[in-house]
Design a protein around this ligand. Sequence first.
Ligand SMILES: Cc1ncc(COP(=O)(O)O)c(C=O)c1O
Length: 399
Amino acid sequence: MDGSSASTETPIRTKERFLVFGAPAIEEEDIAEVVASMRSGWLGTGPKVARFERDFAAYVNASHAAAVNSCTAALHLALLSCGLKPGDEVITTALTFCATVNAIIHAGAVPVLADVDPMTMNIDPVDVARRITPRTRAILPVHFAGRPCAMDEIAALAAKHDLKLIEDCAHAIETEYHGRKAGTFGDFGCFSFYVTKNVVTGEGGMVVAQSAEDIAHIKVLALHGMSKDAWKRFSDEGYKHYQVVEAGFKYNMMDIQAAIGIHQLERVEAYWKRRLAVWKRYDEVFADLPVVRPAPFEPETRHALHLYTLLVDEAACRVSRDAFLNNMTAHNVGVGVHYMSIAEHPYYQQTYGWRPEQWPHAMRVGRQTVSIPLSAKLEAADVEDVILAVRASLGAARA
Ligand SMILES: Cc1ncc(COP(=O)(O)O)c(C=O)c1O
C-alpha cells in the first residue's frame, strides 16, 4: 500500500457531496431567533446574551458566567484575572490548540508544557507535578476531545502548591468527572462555541467561575474596562456615564451570536445522544482495523464526544497518517488533525527552544492522529460513508 489508493478508486462520495468536517447542526428555531434579534434592532450585547449566560450557567452548574466572543478571549481574561506577573509560569498540555498556549503568552506569563497520558491524550498529572517550580502560578488542563482530565489529581496539586486552576473546556460542554461538570473544578472554566463545537454561536465563548467578583471583573475586562455595560448605557432608564477603570478588551458576545446558541443549548443533550450512537458504531466497525480507537470511557465520567480520533501508525497500517488524510479527502470525506503537538510549531521552537521530542507522547499522538466526522448533523448514510472511506483509505476490505 503506497498511500495513493483513493486516486485509483471510485470515491466513496462525489465531490458535490463533500462531507464537511465538523459541520454545525443549525435548526429553524436558531434561524428564527437570529432573525428576531435583527428585527428588534438589538444586535450587540443585550438580553439574549444575558439569557444565554443564565442558561449556560444552569447547564454546567456554575454559579456565574460571562459570555465573550471566543474561548481564546475567555482564556485570556481568565488568566489576566489571576494577576500573573512577568516570569510567572502556567503549566498546560503539550497537545492542544495553539490558542491555549497563546492565551498564556498574551497574559504575560511563560507557558510550561506537560506531556499527555498516551491512552487518554489528556495532561498527565505526574508530569505536571514534575514541572512545578517556585514560579508556577496556575495549571491549565484541557479536557481533550471531551474526555475529562484527571481532576482529582490536578485539583490536589493546585491546592497543595496554592496554584490557580483554569480549565480549557473548549471540547467539554457536556463533560463530567466524578459527578461534577467540567469547568467547575477550579477558579475558571472556559468554553468555545466555534462552528465545529458541540454548541455553536459562529464565534463565541463563555467563562464560568465560582466567584461573583471574578465574573464581574471578567465582564469589565471584556468591554474596554468600562465600569457599566454598554447595553445598559443606552437603555430607557436614561443615559449613564461610564468610567474606564482598567485597559480592557473588546471581547463581548453579540445578541446575534447568543441567538444562535440559545436553542443549540436546549438541544445539547439530544445532540450528545446522536453523537454517542455514531461513536458506538465507529467503535464497533473499526475493531478489526490496525488503527487505534479512542480509549474506553473512564468510570464515573462523562465524555463530551467532541472528537472521535483514530491513530494511524504507519508501521501497523502500512499507510502514513498524512497519506490517510489525503485518501479520506479524495473520498470526499472531511477530516481534522487535533493536534500536531505544540512544540512542532516554529514560533514556540524559536521563542522557547522547544523540540517535539521533549514531550514524546504528545509528539507521537500529534503525528498519528486523525479526527473523523462526529457532528450531530451526520445522517445515518453519512456515517456509513465515513466508515467506507476509512476502510478504503487504509486499503482494508469494505466488509
Ligand atoms: C482546546 C481548545 N482551546 C481553545 C480553543 C479556542 O477556541 P475559540 O476558537 O472559541 O477561540 C479551541 C478551539 O478550537 C480549542 O480546541
